[in-house]
Design a protein around this ligand. Structure first.
Ligand code: ATP
Ligand code: MG
Length: 172
């Protein structure tokens, strides 16, 4: 099954984490690969070890691209996205893994760090027993076509609009 969480509302990565939490109950082996995040510390990076060895998070990305605290060059972002891509390729052909989560992968495509064809190739190469989850806004039409389940998070309200910044335990 190919699952996509996209849209401008909050909840895409946390939906994928919730899915991982549920799946560990059945001894499924899950790997989340983070394509963009990496420079910030997110709570799940610590708490995932409590679900180890069933669940692991590999943060490959270098953090925000072009905004906030971005100190990486465009080429460094491309290199790290390609590293994440190569781990994704390896992971989908690893039949000891049941669920592979490609976190923020849609942004990596949107920002031209990797191509849509790269990821469609990963989906094609996926072993028959695996489920793949793709998160990030701007999922492309062809990714949506390839998916079995697509949910669009739509923002109705976000505290950011009131000037409230990211909150520990909620946003990171
Ligand atoms: P989360 O990790 O909380 O599930 P997400 O994966 O849906 O969020 P991303 O696009 O990956 O969202 O962005 C990550 C950060 O941006 C989070 O801190 C999140 O709270 C914030 N964010 C998400 N949606 C919005 C929004 N509509 N307005 C402002 N900030 C947002
Ligand atoms: Mg996210």
């Amino acid at each position: 099954m190919i699952i996509v969480y996209t849209g401008g509302g909050k909840g895409k990565t946390t939906a994928a984490l919730g899915l991982a939490l549920r799946a560990t109950a059945y001894d499924k082996k899950i790997r989340m690969i983070q394509f963009i995040k990496g420079s910030w510390h997110y709570g799940e990076m610590s708490s995932s070890s409590r679900l180890s060895p069933e669940f692991e998070i590999v943060a490959v990305g270098k953090g925000f691209v072009g905004i906030m605290d971005d100190v990486s060059t465009p080429q460094q972002h491309i290199d790290t996205a390609r590293q994440a891509l190569s781990l994704a390729r390896k992971s989908v052909s690893d039949d000891t893994l049941d669920i592979i989560i490609l976190d923020e992968v849609n942004y990596a495509i949107h920002l031209d760090l990797i191509s849509e064809d790269d990821i469609l190739g990963v989906l094609d190469a996926c072993h028959a027993g695996a489920d793949v989850v793709l998160t990030g806004n701007y999922a492309t039409d062809r990714i949506i076509q390839a998916a079995d389940l697509v949910t669009e998070m739509r923002s109705i309200k976000h505290p950011f609009q009131k000037g409230i910044r990211a909150k520990q335990g909620i946003d990171f």
